[in-house]
Each structure stands twice: as structure tokens, then as C-alpha cells.
Design a binder for this molecule. Structure first.
Ligand SMILES: Cc1cc2nc3c(=O)[nH]c(=O)nc-3n(C[C@H](O)[C@H](O)[C@H](O)COP(=O)(O)OP(=O)(O)OC[C@H]3O[C@@H](n4cnc5c(N)ncnc54)[C@H](O)[C@@H]3O)c2cc1C
Length: 384
């Protein structure tokens, strides 16, 4: 039997491509090297379902609008997984982004999201979870989404499986030989080498995208990408009010978010040149996040307070610009001349997974036989 699509990797993008493909009527098989979906980058994110207020500053209006539309679908289709949460942006005397700029950004953001914002009255500042008030000039409040990224990825994967996609875990993609009509793929599963045929391969292997591409014949040039590591720490602070969006010592932004009875602080952007299997949070990143917390909150935290630290890697196009300022669009790479049957997807946002996957399906449609769609992903409720 020849499958329409073989997807390498069950992170959020592999799961979403599987969901969009089966919804369009295609037969799909997904290979995941680990025991479950969503064990790599898609469980190490900041867990925000957001347009990304800060992307307005770099003119990424289209991305922000797309993500805010996706936020709306997710709030409707997975209310048990995605919640709107208040976000607070304090502006101090030393903050680089002045109140007028934040105000302007929030006006645009609220037009795009159809959800308002406010500037808190001074009398409310003392209720903000111990936020320092010395030098504080203004606090803005708006709303954005928070999720559990691991559960979201598994819910999207489960939705795809319910529509007929097959997920094989402990299955490592090893090689593929492609021709004009399709590919013969080999993967390792329970110490056996298994061969199957697919009309199209979608490479959603996250930090391994180049490793997978290298194993596909005819070979296409390696992607000019960089892995940028982002660390989060969990600290024993219970936040009552919501998420704090803070400017760091180097002008970046970090979030301090409620996470169960604790708080999650993140993230960083540190170039990573190692093996994706060995990604771990660097000490310097942990210290940076502790400093960010301590700069703004009354109770000073030290290394001993860190309950857990974890890290994941963004896959970004190589560029001279700092990672913080680089575009967060998803990139769909396809070399039609040397390998018309292989599509590679990298970068992007957890929030935009459904839209991204629909784009991928639109691009590969001419390579596949015509099929009858069975569902609209904008309306699919995600299973618990
Ligand atoms: C620190 C950080 C914070 C972020 N915060 C946010 C946020 O708050 N909101 C947001 O919208 N986005 C956020 N993002 C972006 C988002 O998390 C990522 O874009 C997304 O998770 C990438 O998913 P993916 O499916 O492409 O990759 P991954 O989740 O890495 O999945 C790739 C999968 O491929 C599998 N695989 C690899 N090689 C093989 C092989 N040979 N055979 C079989 N399987 C293989 C891996 O095991 C893995 O499961 C953040 C990213 C980072 C790094």
C-alpha cells in the first residue's frame, strides 16, 4: 500500500500536518522516534497561545493577526486546554519601551484581537503579586492565551488519529529514496528496519530537520539554519493575578507565569551548536532568568529555589540579527527541481500550528490524487 503522506516527527507541526491532511481526505502515517508525541520543542515552549505583542514592533502584523485568529479558534475548540489570562506590563523609569509605545502597541493588538486593554490605576499596584513599585510609572493589562503545550500537541495528534492517521512511536526515520512519483522510506522500529511507500514526505523533525534531509536521496542542500536555545525555570512563587511581561537588562522580554502552584520564568535565546538529543538548560541562562525575576519582585530567589529548568531549541534561518529580533514565521522548504516529493517545515509558532499545516496541505495538494475532505480543522473540537 502507498500512503499519501509520511510525516517525520510528532511535534506540534507533525501532529497538525497529520490532522490537516486526514481532514482533507489523505492517508497519513506519522513516525515519532520517542515514546509519545510532543516530547521535544513542543513541550519546552513558553506555553502561550498569543499573537505576540512584541512582534508588532518589528512589523510582523500578518503573523500577529494570523496567531490571534488561531487563538480564537483554539479558545473555541479546546476550552479545556487554552485559557485567556490577564497579562501585566509594568513600565518603570528605566524601561526602554515608554508608556506611549506600549499604549500604541496595545491599541493595535486589541483591534486585531477584538479584546480590550486597560491602564491600571495606581491604587491596584499593591495587589500585583509583590511587583516592585519603586520607579513604577504605569502598568498595562491585556489578555492573551495560556496552554499546556504537551497536552495540546497530543490532543491535535489524537484528533488526527480519530480521523484515521496512523502514529508509530519508537519509530526513527532512517532513509528515503525518492523519484518523480513518490518515496520509498525506511524506518527503525523495535530493532527492525521497516520499508514503506509514500507519495510525499513531510519533514517536521524540529531541530533534526537537516539530519533528516541528509538521509533523503536525491540529496538536497542543507538548510542554512541556526538552533537557538530557550530556557525556562520553575520557581516556588504562586502568582495570583496573571502573567507578567517584563523587560530584561538587555532589552529583551521575559514572562513570569503561573504554573500550577509555582511560576514559570522564561525564556532566553542562546545559540546552540550541539546534538539536539543533548539539549539542556545552561547555567548562565538560569542565572539570567533569576536576575530578571529578582529585578522586579520583592522576594529574591537564588539557585536553590529553582525547582526545575528545561530548554528547547527554536529552528531559525541563519542571520546576523539577534535571535530576539528575528522573524518567527514558519518556513516551508521545497526544492522542486531536485526533490519534488519532500517538504520541510521549520520555525514557526505553537499558536499558528493549524494555519501552518493548512498552508502545507495547500502546497502539496498538486502532488497528490484528489480526495474528498472529511472535516474542517477550524471547527474540529480537540479531544481530551
Ligand atoms: C523556548 C521556546 C519557547 C517558545 N514559546 C512559544 C510560545 O509561547 N508560543 C508559541 O506559539 N510558540 C512558542 N515557541 C515555538 C514553538 O514551540 C515551536 O515552533 C514548535 O514547538 C516547534 O514544533 P515542531 O513540531 O516543529 O518541532 P518539535 O516539537 O521539536 O518536534 C519534532 C519531532 O520530530 C521528532 N523526530 C526528529 N527526528 C526524527 C526521526 N529521525 N524519526 C522520527 N522522529 C523524529 C522529534 O522526536 C520530535 O518529536 C517556542 C519555542 C521555544 C524553543
Amino acid at each position: 500500500m502507498t500512503h499519501d503522506l509520511l510525516i517525520v516527527g510528532a511535534g506540534i507541526h507533525g501532529a497538525a500536518c497529520a490532522q490537516a491532511a486526514v481532514a482533507s481526505g489523505y492517508s497519513v502515517i506519522v513516525l515519532e522516534q520517542y515514546e509519545q508525541a510532543g516530547m521535544v520543542t513542543s513541550s519546552k515552549s513558553s506555553k502561550l497561545i498569543h499573537g505576540g505583542l512584541r512582534y508588532l514592533e518589528s512589523g510582523q502584523f500578518k503573523l500577529v493577526k494570523q496567531c490571534l485568529d488561531e487563538r480564537r479558534y483554539l479558545l473555541r475548540n479546546a476550552p479545556w486546554l487554552v485559557k485567556l489570562v490577564p497579562f501585566y506590563i509594568p513600565v518603570y523609569k528605566h524601561t526602554r519601551r515608554r508608556p506611549w509605545l506600549i499604549h500604541l502597541g496595545l491599541v493595535i493588538y486589541s483591534l486585531l484581537s477584538r479584546k480590550g486593554f486597560s491602564r491600571l490605576d495606581r491604587s491596584h499596584w499593591s495587589q500585583l503579586d509583590g511587583l516592585k513599585t519603586e520607579g513604577l510609572e504605569a502598568v498595562f493589562k491585556y489578555y492573551d492565551g495560556q496552554t499546556n503545550d504537551t497536552l495540546l500537541t497530543r490532543a491535535v495528534m489524537k484528533s488526527a488519529q480519530q480521523l484515521g492517521a496512523e502514529l508509530i512511536t519508537h519509530a526513527t526515520f532512517r532513509s528515503a529514496q525518492c523519484h518523480q512519483q513518490g518515496c520509498t522510506v525506511q524506518f527503525e522500529h523495535e530493532q527492525q528496519l521497516i520499508t514503506l511507500d509514500a507519495r510525499v514526505i513531510i519533514n517536521t523533525s524540529g531541530p533534526w530537520v537537516n539530519h533528516v534531509l541528509k538521509r533523503i536521496q536525491p540529496e538536497t542542500p542543507a538548510l542554512d539554519i541556526e538552533l537557538v536555545l530557550g530556557t525556562h525555570i520553575i520557581v516556588p512563587i504562586k502568582l495570583e493575578q496573571g502573567i507578567y511581561y517584563l523587560e530584561t537588562e538587555d532589552g529583551r522580554a521575559v514572562f513570569i507565569m503561573p504554573w500550577g502552584d509555582n511560576s514559570l520564568v522564561g525564556t532566553t535565546e542562546t545559540a546552540y551548536g550541539g546534538d539536539p538529543k543533548n539539549i539542556s538548560p545552561p547555567d548562565a541562562d538560569i542565572d539570567y532568568l533569576l536576575r530578571a525575576y529578582n529585578q522586579y519582585f520583592g522576594r529574591a530567589l537564588g539557585r536553590g529555589d529553582v525547582i526545575k529548568a528545561f530548554a528547547g531549541c527554536r529552528v531559525l534561518p541563519a542571520d546576523q540579527q539577534s535571535a530576539f529580533h528575528r522573524a518567527r514565521d514558519t518556513i516551508i522548504y521545497h526544492d522542486n527541481s531536485s526533490n519534488p516529493r519532500v517538504f520541510t517545515l521549520y520555525g514557526g509558532k505553537l499558536t499558528a500550528h493549524r494555519h501552518t499545516a493548512e498552508q502545507v496541505i495547500k502546497i502539496i495538494r498538486p502532488c497528490l490524487p484528489s480526495r474528498r475532505p472529511v472535516a474542517d480543522t477550524r471547527k474540529l473540537k480537540l479531544p481530551a
